[in-house]
Design a protein around this ligand. Structure first.
Ligand code: ARG
Length: 458
């Protein structure tokens, strides 16, 4: 047991208590942030004359050595320390003796851990944004290639009106774009430095909080020391953004699973992203999509868990807050892993345009346009709706599409039908007449693609 606080105790901590209380098992991953934070703190102490220049330099150099050794694997972060902060400080003291003991001047583990977690989360926010942009680039490429690939659009999972694959993909582009924007928004709000908040009430040392904030790339210091040590809103916001990303990925996964099914065959997932069955030799399963869909639950769980942990905590720091780490780390790893795998799966997936087209043809997706045709020839919409409904019924009976009906037959339902109806209700016309911005028509789609492309350059 290696603790930083033995002074006022007369007994050793119970072994079980020690283990229950310790966080080194999971906060060891904060070693880099912890050291970076300490370097900034010490440089500030030096600048303020709280430590001498020589002491400052010695500590900064030694922290650099510790970081390099941990990074190279030479120095293992072992569990005999209570947490990562104790580990780093013990290393420093082991190497520098009395000078090392000066590192923690004007600092508490409360502002230290608040800083470490914020630095770590800030990196995660950036990494998640980069991964999302890679996914968006793949989606955009598919959109560019498939502005003429007609497929059925669905409501209630029933074929509704024809759209294009570009249009369908474009919906996901919008979702993940909003996710990027959400992350950038969170970044703006979270990028303030809690270091210097002390245990809860600041400190009597003349710290320069602006300086440490600047050294660590923050916009400035946080403005209330009690809030500084106990604010985890940024993490909750990030987990909420992660939950939303997973919800989007899960919806997309669900569609891919359906599209990849034997019945649909709209897509074929690449062999590298599929798995087989131990018993059924014919199987090629969409496990990656299913796992992404499945992992959504644990990311929601992390958000729920932290919200619940935080809800009863009086100001300022309480040990409950140590519980902000394990599930958050798991959620961060999960989300990043899922985005990357999903991107790879999408990139290598084959789209079966002919099957999409056949499905759109066979699903009366042009029924609305047939009714619109009648309307354009003077039939009131409600009547036109009824007439086309009867035509559809007759077609279902005979297993044909509206376009397959002879003109003479169509005219039995309404004398208004003329030879130009076939052109008017062709899939191409149905799609390409939908030209308002946001609709699937090729020209509208190309306008949108240009806008989305521009977004990716930012
Ligand atoms: N391991 C602790 C955490 O993660 C560090 C802060 C400890 N502070 C304290 N007063 N016990 O929250």
């Amino acid at each position: 047991m290696a603790q930083l606080w033995g002074g006022r105790f007369t007994k050793e901590t119970d072994e079980l208590v020690y283990r229950f209380n310790a966080s080194i098992m999971f906060d060891r991953r904060l070693y880099r942030q912890d050291i970076e934070g300490s370097v900034a703190h010490v440089r500030m102490l030096g600048k303020q004359g709280i430590l001498s220049d020589a002491e400052t330099q010695q500590i900064v150099d030694c922290l650099g050595e510790i970081l390099a050794e941990v990074e190279s694997g030479e120095l293992a972060i072992t569990e005999e320390y209570e947490d990562i902060h104790s580990f780093v400080e013990a290393q420093l003291i082991g190497r520098l003796g009395a000078t090392g003991k000066k590192l923690h001047t004007g600092r508490s583990r409360n502002d230290q851990v608040a800083l470490d977690m914020r630095l770590y989360t800030r990196e995660q926010v950036k990494e998640t944004d980069v991964l999302l942009k890679e996914l968006l680039a793949v989606i955009l490429r598919i959109m560019e290639e498939h502005t003429e690939t007609i497929m059925p659009g669905f409501t209630h999972l029933q074929k509704a009106q024809p759209v294009t694959l570009a249009h369908h993909m474009g919906a996901y582009f919008e979702m993940f774009k909003r996710d990027c924007l959400r992350l950038r928004d969170i970044y703006e709000r979270m990028n303030y430095c809690p270091l210097g908040s002390g245990a809860l009430a600041g400190t009597t040392y003349p710290l320069d909080r602006e300086y440490t904030a600047e050294l660590l790339g923050f916009y400035g210091p946080t403005l209330n020391s009690m809030d500084g040590v106990s604010d985890r809103d940024y993490l909750i916001e990030y987990l909420a953004a992660c939950a939303t990303i997973m919800m989007h990925l899960s919806r997309f996964s669900e569609e891919i699973i359906i599209w990849n099914s034997n019945e649909y065959q709209f897509v074929e997932i690449d062999d590298a992203y599929s798995t087989g069955s131990s018993i059924m030799p014919q199987k090629k399963n969409p496990d990656i999509a299913e796992l992404v869909r499945g992992k959504t639950g644990r990311v929601y769980g992390a958000l729920q868990s932290l919200l619940t942990t935080m809800k009863g905590i009086p100001l300022a720091y309480n040990k409950d807050m140590q519980e902000d780490k394990e599930l958050s780390f798991d959620a961060m790893d999960t989300v990043k892993g899922c985005i990357a795998l999903f991107t790879g799966m999408l990139e290598t997936m084959k789209f079966r345009g002919e099957n999409m087209r056949a499905s759109a043809n066979g699903g009366f997706t042009n029924a609305t346009d047939a009714a619109d045709y009648l309307v354009s020839h003077g039939v009131p919409f409600r009547d036109a709706h009824g007439i086309v409904g009867q035509i559809v019924l007759a077609c279902i009976d005979r297993g044909i599409a509206i376009d397959d009906m002879e003109l003479g037959e169509l005219q039995k339902f309404s004398p208004v039908f003329a030879g130009d109806v076939y052109e008017a209700i062709s899939m191409e016309t149905c799609v390409n007449k939908r030209l308002t911005i946001g609709a699937p028509g090729k020209e509208a789609m190309e306008q949108v693609i240009a806008i989305e492309k521009e977004f990716l350059t930012k």
